[in-house]
Design a protein around this ligand. Sequence first.
Ligand code: BF8
Ligand code: SF4
Length: 675
Amino acid sequence: MPRFRDTELSLSPSVPRKERVKDPKNIMRSVDPAALEMLAHYKDSGIITGYDRYVAQQPQCAFGYEGVCCKICIQGPCRVKGMEGAKSKGVCGAHDYTIVARNISRLAAGGASAHSDHGREIVYTLLAAARGETGDFKVKDEEKLRRVAANVGISAEGKDVNALAEEVALAALNDFGNITSEPCRWLTSYLTDGRKKKFEDCNIAPTSIDRAVVNLLHSTHMGVDADPVNIIFTGLRAGLADYTGMHISTDISDIVLGTPEPCVSEANLGVLKPKKVNIILHGHNPMLSQTLVDIGPEMEDEAKAAGAEGIQFSGICCTGNEVLMRSGVPIATNFSSQELAIMTGVADLMIVDVQCIMPSIRAVAECFNTKIVTTMSNSKIPGSEHIAFDEKHAVESARTVIRMAIDSFKQRQGKEYFVPDVKSKVIAGFSVESIMNLFSKINADVPMQALIDEIEAGRIKGVAFFCGCNNLESVHDQNHLEIVKGLLKENVFVITTGCSAQAMAKAGIMDPAHVDELCGENLAAFLHKLEELNKDTLTDGLPSAFHVGSCVDCSRAHDFLTLMAKTMGVDTPKVPYVATAPEAMSEKAISIGCGFVADGVPTHVGTMPPIEGSACVYDIACRIASDVYGGYFIFETDYAKATEKLLAALEYRTWKMGVHKAVAEKFDAPLTQNY
Ligand code: BF8
Ligand code: SF4
């Protein structure tokens, strides 16, 4: 079973490069029935979407695809054109391995910046609330505040809520710009002892988020670091800075907006209601979107006075996930199909904040009655409306936006629309806390033991964490759905975030009615047992896959892993836990991946990042990382092979754990910590 001895499962993707874009001239690149209906309906309309643009971009530059195009200084772009001689290096003499390592690490720095800057915005909201500078936000989840304070080593004794909140906010801000050599608190407070030591030994624990990014940009400047191992490990440090920023985002969002609890909702374009004022929340920052959702009910009368049946909020991308998790707001769709939501003709207003917003939404909105409103100073789209959002004027801005949407609704009357009648029931809202509540009905003292018992008995194969994006290179949602179906059937416990969670939500994988058909017998039995024991609080049952939130909530997936490791008495690389980003697209996906590899996790990526141009860097990511950290990348674009590789990685760990346990018992010795 050991993975590296299994000759069938090679480290390289099983699909050759030129075959990776399946059916490259076809724009119907989706398995989502609602998206397919929309694409068919508008086929000859002349409206251009990402699906058309992806086809138009083919074939894409092979140098860029493999990562051997360098634009780091303006002697370039330099391309590695051969294996020997002058053309095998950049003008400065940089090898393919230096160029590839620099390019990929810079992507991780971009991802870490995005996640952590989002976190910083949220911390400032908490700080303003704690100091009484805004009446629009307050500490909603005091228990979480106290838990977080205790985790990061802040004493709550004798402090009122706001004093404690201020101290937590300032400590979080310190993680962005700490001037000492102490590693970030929101990282080390949440790790196993083994990981803490590993990161110290390898010098990859960030002392501040900003510094980790700046340091990476410096070391990958022209003529600085040429050593691919050193560059990739600096990239892993950025991955851990990303982890820190994500953890801050999740913790502080929970404190200000509440920690998610299971909720019932729906997903896919069928959630849009032609007779209501449809407001689509798109982006990532939950503060404005949650304010809109909270203020919505008091604006219902204004909507009705305008002739609407009410206000319908729905979400796209991670802002959508945030309001789904906390308020049960339905999901309209995910990243690749964002323009299609506008093309229904019933989206009165789409409000966007930061990240994953296609600039094209403005052009598509021109053809329909949709207002696009940007809200952040660093994220504007020419031609759209801008309403500046800040924590001190949140409610006021939210009211303005809702009134704009009501106006837009009035103008929409009599215009054509086309809303596919496609949606699925969704149970979401699973924080680690809420999952442990469920598990505690099986084991009150050590809730996580409930799952570990299943794994150790061989009934459940382990945990797979699905995260990340859509990528228009893939057939929209196909990798997510095929891989999750394969793993569920093999009794793998699934948690998920981001657009991956949305793909599953749309496809009915979060509808409890499908558990018996989707899950292997043992997993289904475990889920039913949990349902039965929790039936007083769970009104609608449990889904096959657990939605743990937005992309910053990948921190919840790290916490789940750490809790498993601590409960099992081992470090993370021994835990039967894998991660997958089946359709990775953004820089954030790269930084999240780096964080999981450093945290000891076999991490599958289903779309190729630009790394194949250097065999050396490829090997560092897939093999040397494993030797050093226990985690490694698995690049595989074929979903069937990817499923096999993920299962093999889980089975290998379970097998090894079994051997180590047997040895420990036989010789009455402590369990080895080797992995
Ligand atoms: O932060 S999964 S496409 S929406 S980057 Fe973007 Fe990717 Fe979707 Fe969420 Ni995450
Ligand atoms: Fe070319 Fe070197 Fe400049 Fe990169 S840093 S563009 S390889 S000269």
